[in-house]
Design a protein around this ligand. Structure first.
Ligand code: NAP
Length: 264
């Protein structure tokens, strides 16, 4: 475990904590002293993440199964967290889908599923936990957005639309809560080596610009999320934060200046 930090004694919820950026985020938050509630679709989905947290001396506070494509399940997850733990200090809305398909090929039900997981579930969770955060005058919400909110791509309509929606939702919320002590961030992690990206590379009909071996690991994005969760980045709340911009990587401690990125 690293030294106690401003995340120590806090309860965090990470959705999509079974793998990828969510798994790395949960481990990063636990290393920084937060007790972490882990959520994924299936009951056993987060047992590996919980084991890794405990091996590192951290606290996996609870494990939750919730299919976030179902808005009632998302709302129930938020309510369950408050009922079990009495509060939530850090919410990382990480679970996400990236359905590929041209605009005329994506079916209404596929589009609805992407929007439900990527937009409605974060909204439902924020709705469940914000009253407590506002009442305490403290809380951090981090919504995993994407450069796809700005950059269109063939076959990416559903994903692009959902991330643009989540970005604006985050920014509107920021305007509503600014000054309340609650901080909300829209964070785009950049291309990251996870199942989502392996799938995109597998299906690509032409070589991708960046070879798969050069795509950064999820620990890189997780380090930034862990930093945002510490409350020291309030000047970035409500902005459209991309990992590549805003001096974010240096401020989050990713650039050691010694040749080795600090996520290694
Ligand atoms: N990787 C990138 O390059 C990249 C770039 C920009 C933005 N992002 C964003 O970063 C976030 C994490 O992406 P990732 O690359 O780590 O994805 P990933 O490896 O595909 O993992 C997705 C996570 O979301 C969960 N999830 C998916 N559908 C769900 C559902 N219906 N209900 C509950 N949980 C569900 C999965 O849980 P199960 O194990 O239960 O399926 C899994 O834990 C996403 O919001 C993504 O859009 C990623």
């Amino acid at each position: 475990m690293s030294a106690p930090s401003s995340r120590a004694g806090k309860l965090a919820l990470v959705t999509g904590a079974s793998r990828g950026i969510g798994r790395a985020t949960a481990i990063a938050l636990a290393r920084r002293g937060a007790a972490v509630a882990l959520a994924a679709r299936y009951a056993d989905g987060c047992t590996g993440t919980a084991a890794a947290i405990r091996e590192g001396g951290g606290t996996a506070a609870s494990l939750h199964a919730a299919n976030l494509a179902d808005t009632r399940a998302a709302t129930a997850l938020g309510e369950d967290i408050i009922a079990r733990h009495g509060r939530l200090d850090i919410l990382a809305n990480n679970a996400g889908l990236s359905t590929l398909g041209t605009v005329d090929a994506v079916t209404p039900s596929e589009l609805a599923r992407v929007l439900a997981v990527n937009v409605t579930a974060p909204w439902a969770l924020m709705r469940a936990v914000l009253p407590g955060m506002k009442a305490r005058g403290a809380g951090i919400v981090i919504n995993l957005c994407s450069s796809r909110a700005h950059i269109p791509g063939k076959g990416c309509g559903a994903c692009c639309a959902s991330k643009a929606w989540l970005l604006r939702l985050t920014q509107c919320l920021h305007q509503e809560i600014v000054g309340s002590g609650v901080q909300v961030f829209a964070f785009s992690p950049g291309l990251t080596l996870t199942d989502m990206v392996r799938d995109i590379y597998d299906r690509a009909d032409a070589p991708m610009a960046l070879p798969l071996e050069a795509v950064p690991p999820p620990e890189r994005a997780a380090q930034v999320i862990g930093w945002l969760a510490g409350g020291e980045a309030g000047d970035l709340a409500g902005l459209d934060i991309a990992i590549q911009f805003n001096d974010v990587t240096r401020r989050a401690g990713l650039e050691t200046g010694e040749g080795e990125p600090s996520w290694c």
